[in-house]
Design a protein around this ligand. Sequence first.
Ligand SMILES: C[S@@+](CC[C@H](N)C(=O)[O-])C[C@H]1O[C@@H](n2cnc3c(N)ncnc32)[C@H](O)[C@@H]1O
Length: 389
Amino acid sequence: MDLQSTARPIRITCARGLAGWLEQEVETLGLAVEDRDDSGVEVSGTLADAMRLNLHLRTAMYVLCLLDEFTCLSADDLYRRTSFVPWEALLDPDGYFSVMAHVDSPAISNDMFAAVRVKDAVVDRMAEVVGRRPDSGPQRDRAVVNVYWRGDTCRLYLNTSGRKLADRGYRRMPHKAPMQETLAAGVILATGYDGREPLVNPMCGSGTLAIEAALIAAGRPPGLLRDNFGFMHVRGFDEPIWQRLRQEARKRSVPSVPGRIIATDIDERAIAAARQNARTAGVDQLIDFAVCDFAETTIPQGPGVVVLNPEYGQRMGVESRLESEYARVGDFFKQRCGGYRGYIFTGNPGLAKKVGLRARRRLPFFNARIECRLLEYELYAGSRRKPDL
Ligand SMILES: C[S@@+](CC[C@H](N)C(=O)[O-])C[C@H]1O[C@@H](n2cnc3c(N)ncnc32)[C@H](O)[C@@H]1O
């Protein structure tokens, strides 16, 4: 099986709500999107394309190269068809691999069972053809095979990412309720921020939005931060191509940007964590951190972007405290952020109403299973603002 020089279908998965941003990113990289659904997009490409996608994509979860697709009606079909794949061309017989299975079929009720059948088929074939077999287990830090079996169709993929791409490696100190890195990147892309104007992020928590904004502004692909991907553990991994892709990406990124990024939080432990995370991500020089109430955050001359992710707890009691916080965010936008585009990311539409401003756009996102909105407000500069009645 030649993944190096023959283009094959590649499925790029993402968290729900991010597929539109993912599609834009993929097209910007020059690959044609052939299909898109809620959980990802499809393109065609070689293993080198997969490496480039792993390096650059900000909103993707996994980059999966299709190995085989077949009709599958039973666990025996799964075993038999999996053993037709020339695994010896992909896996090191002395290495290690892991299988991730997602099954939605009446034939079996258990993802684990499907994963075990695929693992058995792989190792049995390797033992027969090569005389040795790789170890296998739950660790995703080496070769990874993904199985999607829905209805009577089963697809086997080589997971070229390994661990999910949201794990950039910079967030060693997560603090409270951190946003997943891929979601934060999607939110920043949705604001249109490109580093030419200031970006202000009060209530920054562990700094994920500010750090993703800095990576975007500096043109720094998130994959430069990681030193381990699934494709590195596949036979024939072309290290020189990977090093060239990294070098080109480094050359294109810039050390400074015209628009400052300001990130604040009332909790000094959050700022300590955010600072450390930004340092690990190599973008601390692009972000000014401060400990303060959000309403005291320094706002540079606009135009610019101000984005907040306040808590949106739905427990009784918490909600009434948050209602007044959301109302204060509305006042802050009106009184301090004239000339900016204001954004609030929240999973609680009731609280969002307390902001007291009319949202120009309400962009849908999901934070884990919670349906959220990124609310966009146009905050007119002084003279254009209607007087409060
Ligand atoms: C939902 S978390 C933000 C998480 C962040 N997006 C991340 O990825 O880590 C909300 C943050 O708001 C902060 N916060 C709450 N009330 C605040 C206030 N009045 N002023 C400033 N920060 C506040 C909390 O300390 C917390 O870090």
